[in-house]
Design a protein. Structure first.
Length: 183
């Protein structure tokens, strides 16, 4: 289900009223801080009135597993789930802002993040994502130029999310032990 429209359909059927991009961003942010098995995707919906059935829970769990695999593998082409290009640029820009807002929400989740202990690169990405939450399209903007800028922002977010994941994601104990081995 790694398509924005598929996720939007599942979330809409549950009564989720926010942008599906916000949920995907929150999931990615949470995955940067926690192991997948520690995350309850339903809790990321941030709506106590939503109580998905087993099928919907399984779909959200599958989304979690697919997303962590994509984040962890720099070669798989992780992409933030955003509306397809056929959707108007203004709506895509708002979804990009919602994705960044969700990412920051997921990143701040259960475990307090001390940015002072992060690299300058991660601090800069978090700062930039905060700025991107206000993404919009103004009337009179040159659509061709703005399409190019949007594509660049999506690429920055894609790479930025993976870099944050690589720095902050808790390593499995076996991987940590192997990294201490001298060759």
């Amino acid at each position: 289900m790694q398509q924005y429209s598929d996720l939007a359909t599942v979330l809409s059927s549950l009564g989720y009223r926010d942008d599906a991009a916000a949920f995907h961003g929150a999931l990615c942010g949470a995955l940067c801080r926690q192991k997948p098995e520690e995350i309850d995707p339903v809790a990321l919906l941030d709506d106590d009135e939503i109580n998905p059935d087993q099928h919907a829970r399984a779909e959200l769990r599958q989304m979690c597993e697919q997303t962590v695999s994509a984040l962890a593998d720099m070669q798989t082409g992780f992409m933030p789930l955003l509306p397809e290009d056929e959707v108007g640029l203004g709506d895509r820009a708002r979804s990009l802002g919602a994705w960044c807002e969700g990412f920051l929400y997921g990143l701040a989740g259960r475990i307090k993040l001390d940015l002072r202990q992060c690299t300058d690169e991660v601090r800069e990405i978090v700062k930039d994502f905060t700025q991107f939450t206000r993404a919009s399209l103004d009337a009179g903007d040159d659509l061709e130029v703005e399409e190019g800028a949007y594509a660049e922002l999506v690429e920055y977010i894609r790479v930025g999310a993976q870099l944050v994941y690589m720095e902050l994601h808790p390593r499995p104990p076996a991987a940590a032990a192997q990294s201490k081995t001298l060759h």
